[in-house]
Design a protein. Structure first.
Lengths: 76, 186
């Protein structure tokens, strides 16, 4: 019974905390446009597929042209 | 505003899985900023993905041209802004002009002093995009750049090719216009 009441109390606390978080989230205010944009930028996740595509694109790029052996030899 | 990240610091980091450690480090440190700029400037997640990919690919190709004394962030922004503006010009999908921003502001200046309230985080992105879509390209870009704490006003001025004073003045009006339009999206 004691455990149950403890659990109930714990759940209640959790619910209160969650409600407080929701209220805080719902009533969020920003003084300026950039503050708002900054907040959103921080929440924005970069899609992981971009990195994968980029790695493939870079790997597929042709290596830079090598100097001809005779130019190295002649120093030209 | 913080001092922008400099090139040599970036090169100390060695992210795994990248064919080039330099571009890997650049990407890890700056991809969020570049993606967010592209996302909100182009108003399309798919186009923003493509743009972010293309910007970093261009950066990789031009790494040898990067002057170390400049900020890496500023350099990447320059590539990103040029890229996004070129895309926009080819799509012809912007019709709002700077004059319309000014008109809105002049008629309703007194209503823009209250804080920006966001009731639901889920809807925040949609409201921000709707608001930015109604701004001129110039105001939108200025607000997106000033939102990045790593950029100074001087760097923003250099990126948009205007004086610092002009940027400050335009930002003032851009903020007011944004606040008004944002309120209208509620």
């Amino acid at each position: 019974m004691k455990n149950r009441s403890k659990l109930s109390q714990h759940q209640q606390q959790g619910e209160q905390q969650s409600a407080a978080e929701n209220a805080q989230q719902q009533s969020r205010e920003f003084a300026t446009a950039e503050e708002l944009l900054r907040f959103e930028a921080q929440q924005t996740e970069v899609p992981p597929q971009i990195a994968e595509r980029l790695k493939q694109s870079i790997s597929a790029l042709a290596p830079p042209p090598r100097r001809a052996w005779w130019r190295n030899l002649l120093g030209r | 505003m913080n001092d922008p990240a400099q090139g040599p610091e970036l090169m100390e980091r060695q992210p795994a899985g990248w064919p080039s450690e330099e571009i890997g480090a650049l990407y890890e440190q700056h991809s969020r900023a570049i993606y967010y700029l592209a996302l909100r400037f182009l108003a399309d997640p798919q186009k923003a993905e493509d743009a972010t990919h293309d910007v970093f690919l261009k950066a990789f190709r031009k790494l040898d041209q990067f002057r170390r004394e400049a900020s890496v962030r500023t350099w990447l922004y320059r590539i990103a802004i040029n890229h996004c503006q070129n895309l926009q010009q080819s799509w012809h999908n912007r019709h709002v002009t700077a004059n319309s921003d000014d008109l809105i502001w002049e008629h309703t200046a007194s209503r823009t002093d209250s804080p920006l309230r966001a009731l639901e985080t889920k809807e925040l992105g949609q409201r921000i995009q709707k608001t930015l879509d109604r701004l001129s390209d110039e105001y939108r870009l200025l607000l997106l750049l000033v939102a990045d704490e790593e950029l100074s006003y001087e760097q923003i001025a250099a990126l948009v090719g205007q004086s610092t004073d002009a940027v400050r003045g335009k930002l003032h009006r851009a903020r007011k216009t944004f606040a008004l339009l944002f309120e209208q999206t509620a």
